[in-house]
Ligand binder design. Structure first.
Ligand SMILES: [Mg+2]
Length: 167
């Protein structure tokens, strides 16, 4: 299947909270670079919900560094990151890998010890796999209903099916 190498994640889990620091560390991963929208929070959450704060703090306490790489604009990312103060990158243009690679360099992370967490195969998984990162995908928390988003989900279907057959 075309693009298979770039669009099939390493793991698909039900929600971000299924990803634990213990699991990441067992894989040798010390950095989790997160998409924000529909991965950790909805577009309607300007600041991180309590469960996101708890999850991030737990990552940090167990020795996993959290960062944000979002395709959304600077104000959205800055406000979401305000109380965390993590390395955070807006306008990332995933599936492009430029900001992701900048994030990894700033963090001192490598393709071997970092994972990318996101909700979209066409942007998040594609960026992660192009940069050689382990990729974990969650279903979008609350998808937009417009035609463009529905089209993107439709494109993803064969890759999700392939993932399910092989995992
Ligand atoms: Mg997203």
């Amino acid at each position: 299947m075309i693009f298979e190498k770039y669009l099939i994640p390493d793991e698909m889990v039900d929600r971000f909270e299924c990803v634990t620091p213990e699991h990441l560390l067992s894989l040798g991963k010390k950095f989790i670079i997160c998409d924000i929208d529909n991965t950790l929070a909805t577009y309607d959450d300007p600041t991180p919900p309590d469960n996101v704060v708890t999850w991030c703090r737990n990552m940090n306490e167990k020795g996993v560094t959290v960062a944000f790489v979002s395709n959304n604009h600077e104000e959205r990312v800055a406000l979401f990151n305000k109380n965390f103060g993590y390395a955070a990158y807006a306008d990332s243009h995933k599936p492009g890998t430029k900001k992701l690679k900048t994030a990894m360099r700033d963090l001192g992370a490598t393709a071997e010890n970092a994972v990318l967490l996101g909700d979209q195969l066409l942007t998040d998984a594609a960026a992660a796999k192009s940069a050689g990162l382990y990729c974990i995908i969650v279903p979008p928390i609350r998808d937009k209903k417009n035609l463009f988003f529905r089209f993107k989900r439709w494109i993803e279907i064969p890759y999700v099916k392939k993932y399910r057959r092989t995992h």
